[in-house]
Design a protein around this ligand. Structure first.
Ligand SMILES: Cc1cc2nc3c(=O)[nH]c(=O)nc-3n(C[C@H](O)[C@H](O)[C@H](O)COP(=O)(O)OP(=O)(O)OC[C@H]3O[C@@H](n4cnc5c(N)ncnc54)[C@H](O)[C@@H]3O)c2cc1C
Ligand SMILES: O=C(O)C(=O)Cc1ccccc1
Length: 359
């Protein structure tokens, strides 16, 4: 532990906590430790599809900027490292509609390659759609392992431990980053965070484009080609805590993706497995400073990313660094007025004369 660097404890080892940890460590200004109840592969992040696509997250203007900053970070820092290392690929994505869409997605102005699909690109049965040329997809387990490796290679350390009282990490650090996802409900009593249950199916075949039938934001139909397999989805069941795959959901997902294209009919698929995760949904992503213990301690909140954690992770990590810098400057350092009177006694007794005023 380098004594000239500020100590920071991050609560959470999902894609949000790990990305924040990497960005903080890259500055060279902080000693960073992660405390987390669950580590990869047992986090929600590991259950994700995942592709670059803003979904179930607000506020839309900030999600647009964070998504664009994340796409830039992937292009500059991650994709060039190669798919074997990071499990991440650039993949075009088609958003398909069976009805005309006048309204463009709110995040579209932030994504240069965004455009409406051309007629000749349309799949049978669809009449409108949008495309992003340079989205990314990742084999989530491989990407999460790369994130852990990157965090540790930069000097970060990870303790598997549950935080029951938010004051506990402040015994060891003046700055704590809350990346607890759905756990914020219990950790800090934020009842505005709730689960949106997502179930996916992993199948063997892969293809060149991500396809998403966008007609219904609850009965999702998507095919996300990854490195070694594809993911079919999905569900969006709010306030549902069931972590077991449901047969009914599997059947309904298979029916929905079969309607995207005959190549996804059941007879053409080899199912490798199913995954369930609870998206940490909230009316708005919480990314802000909170001063604790009379301004001596800084708690930076970074949770509630719904269905977009990977899509906004690096943008939120960069804003977390800005919040740490801004907050750290305002921290009250413990000075004499804060030091208990009795600890002055010894100091004053050791000097030749002193008039000691009892506090
Ligand atoms: C089926 C599915 C598909 C998805 N697909 C996509 C996609 O394609 N693209 C995309 O961008 N997003 C996608 N998501 C959303 C994405 O998975 C989440 O937004 C993201 O994982 C949230 O990351 P997180 O780090 O906040 O949470 P998590 O991964 O849940 O990590 C939270 C961490 O905090 C720890 N923790 C919580 N409470 C405590 C405590 N009290 N003490 C100690 N540790 C604690 C946990 O143990 C864990 O380590 C998908 C989600 C699901 C379920
Ligand atoms: O399931 C999720 O949370 C996702 O982010 C994947 C996704 C893909 C296409 C449309 C909606 C969500």
């Amino acid at each position: 532990m380098n004594i000239h660097k500020k100590d920071i404890i991050i609560i959470g080892c999902g894609c949000i906590g790990l990305s924040a940890g990497v960005i903080l460590l890259k500055t060279g200004d902080y000693n960073v430790k992660i405390w987390a109840k669950d580590l990869p592969p047992n986090t929600t992040s590991n259950k994700a599809a995942a592709l670059w696509y803003p979904f179930l997250s607000e506020p839309l203007d900030k999600v647009g900027r964070w998504s664009q900053e994340t796409m830039d970070y992937f292009k500059k820092e991650i994709i060039p490292l190669g798919v074997e290392k990071t499990g991440t690929l650039t993949k075009k994505v088609y958003e398909l509609y069976r009805t005309p869409r006048a309204q463009l997605p709110e995040w579209s102005p932030f994504v240069p390659s965004f455009r409406r699909m051309k007629k000749e690109e349309m799949l049978d049965g669809y009449i409108d759609g949008f495309t992003v040329e340079d989205g990314f997809v990742m084999d989530t387990d491989q990407y999460m392992d790369w994130l852990v490796e990157s965090f540790k290679a930069l000097g970060g350390s990870i303790d598997q431990r549950e935080v029951v009282d938010i004051r506990e990490p402040f015994i060891y650090a003046d700055i704590v980053i809350n990346c607890s996802g759905l756990g914020a409900r219990e950790l800090i009593g934020d009842r505005l965070v709730y689960p949106s249950r997502g179930q996916i199916i992993v199948v063997d075949n892969t293809r060149d484009i991500s396809l998403m039938d966008e007609e219904d934001e609850y009965q999702l139909g998507y095919v996300i080609p990854r490195v070694h397999n594809s993911v079919l989805g999905g569900t969006n069941q709010q306030h549902n805590y069931n972590l077991e795959p449901s047969k009914k959901d599997t059947e309904e997902i298979l029916d929905r993706v079969a309607k995207i294209s005959p190549q996804f009919e059941r007879k053409n698929l080899k199912i490798l497995g199913e995954k369930v995760g609870l998206r940490p949904s909230r009316y708005s992503i919480r990314l802000e400073n909170e001063f604790m213990q009379d301004g001596r301690k800084l708690l930076v909140h970074n949770y509630g990313h719904g269905g977009s954690g990977f899509t906004v992770s690096w943008g939120c990590a960069l804003d977390t660094l800005k919040l740490v810098r801004k907050g750290a400057d305002k921290l009250k350092t413990s000075n004499k007025s804060d030091v208990p009177w009795y600890s002055l006694l010894n100091k004053r007794r050791s000097s030749s004369s002193c008039s000691f005023v009892n506090d």
